[in-house]
Write a protein that binds this ligand. Structure first.
Ligand code: COA
Length: 183
């Protein structure tokens, strides 16, 4: 396995023409289609980085800032922004281009976590190369990814502790927790 890779050499890019068959009932591009394309390009980026197979472990969140219109050219750019021992966080940026004017709008940025596996038959996590950040932007992305990673780990720890406790909670204890959670 390669020991390390440079963050600025991990980009995978795709451009897709938005067709009428991609539209939702409002006539704009269906968000579910966008999520599928994003997952596919992010997968290509992760699989290329670890030179093997990987699975989607988590999606941080997807904010749809603006609709994407039929007829636009959708540019999808994926890059590795942070890695752990076996996991890789991929940032995916989407820009919609109005072809006649060449005007481009940023419509989404989201973050997917993939875990490298030994192989398809043996779905055991496998170490990935270290990520070297050389540019200021890559360094900033890595630091922010680290924040998301720590927040995600903290959330999963709290969730698992709650679910364990849930088994033995009385109805009144559950109602007290619900009241605390209700704003
Ligand atoms: C993802 C998966 C391989 C993790 O397996 P696991 O036995 O929990 O592995 P580990 O606990 O050893 O964790 C391995 C890595 O995954 C990361 N990880 C596990 N669950 C995660 C989650 N929900 N979010 C982010 N990272 C996660 C861990 O932090 C660890 O990262 P690191 O090695 O870089 O520190 C396993 O849960 C799986 O196969 N899930 C199904 C994936 C799938 O089918 N995806 C497609 C969905 S349609």
């Amino acid at each position: 396995m390669t020991e390390f890779k440079y963050a600025d050499q991990t980009e995978v890019k795709a451009a897709m023409l938005m067709n009428a068959s991609d539209a939702n009932i409002f006539g704009n591009v269906h968000g579910g289609h966008v999520m599928k394309w994003v997952d596919e390009i992010a997968y290509a980026c992760a699989a290329r980085y670890c030179a093997g197979v990987a699975v989607t472990a988590a999606v941080d969140r997807i904010d749809f800032h603006e609709p994407i219109h039929v007829g636009e050219l959708l540019h999808i750019t994926a890059r590795v922004v942070c890695v752990g021992r076996t996991s890789m966080e991929i940032e995916i940026a989407l820009h919609a281009e109005d072809i006649p004017t060449g005007t481009t709008r940023h419509t989404n940025t989201c973050h997917f976590t993939f875990v490298a596996l030994e192989n398809v038959q043996t779905p055991r996590p496998r170490p990935v190369p270290k990520l070297i950040c050389r540019t200021r932007d890559d360094k900033a992305r890595f630091i922010q990814a680290k924040m998301r990673r720590e927040r995600g780990m903290e959330y999963r720890k709290e969730r698992d502790a709650f679910l364990k406790q849930f088994e033995t909670l009385s109805d009144s204890e559950l109602d007290t927790l619900l009241a605390e959670a209700t704003v």
